[in-house]
Write a protein that binds this ligand. Structure first.
Ligand code: THU
Length: 138
């Protein structure tokens, strides 16, 4: 699937709105994310930084954790946007989180200049780390 559907455009607009709410006084690099779940609900994420730098959390994780915290686990799509020359490239940690929490998601990466790319978890993180099949998870 490589088409910017109306639904994906709506999700991208949500991610762009979330980006405006980024709390990033240290890096000044604002990132927005949004996820859609099977029920049709949208969840928002932006990066939220902290003076203790490692306590910062990325936009993608905020959006995914928000969906899970609301009881929504079937993530159908994730959009991420930042002011980058090319469509934003999620960090390695977020790729691992997407791998586990949104394995079937369509992933839409974009920038503020209108460039976008539709990708998948398999493409972003081949051979991600998994424990859940061995230990069972809830
Ligand atoms: N950031 C994200 O929100 N998502 C990513 O995939 C990469 C990095 C944030 C974290 C930090 O607040 C800022 O961008 C600079 O690293």
């Amino acid at each position: 699937m490589n088409e910017l559907t109306t639904e994906l455009m709506e999700l991208l607009a949500a991610a762009a709105a979330a980006r405006e709410r980024a709390y990033c006084p240290y890096s000044t690099f604002a990132v927005g994310a949004a996820v859609r779940t099977a029920s049709g609900a949208l969840f928002y994420g932006c990066n939220i930084e902290n003076a203790a730098y490692p306590s910062t959390i990325c936009a993608e994780r905020v959006a995914l954790f928000s969906a899970y915290a609301s009881g929504e686990r079937e993530i159908t799509a994730l959009a991420v946007i930042a002011d980058t020359p090319e469509p934003v490239s999620p960090c390695g940690g977020c790729r691992q989180v997407i791998f586990e929490l949104a394995p079937r998601a369509v992933v839409l990466l974009a920038n503020l200049r209108g460039a976008w790319r539709i990708t998948s978890v398999a493409e972003l993180l081949p051979d991600g780390f998994a424990l859940i099949n061995r230990l069972g998870g809830r």
